[in-house]
Write a protein that binds this ligand. Sequence first.
Ligand SMILES: [Cu+2]
Length: 64
Amino acid sequence: MAYEFTVPDMACSACSDTITKAIHAIDAGATVQTDVKTKQVNVDTEAAEADIRRAIADAGYTIA
Ligand SMILES: [Cu+2]
């Protein structure tokens, strides 16, 4: 499934890397695209949306 999240506190490429790694820890095969400017995180994954949301939150970021 493809999901789109807005993560306002994703401020730089390090944030983007942290979020991407957190999602890959849940689903290594996930496709993750982030845009620091628009704060969008697009995820194509086999994992449940709730698990992806939890991974992003546990990494220290807030989904709008
Ligand atoms: Cu950052």
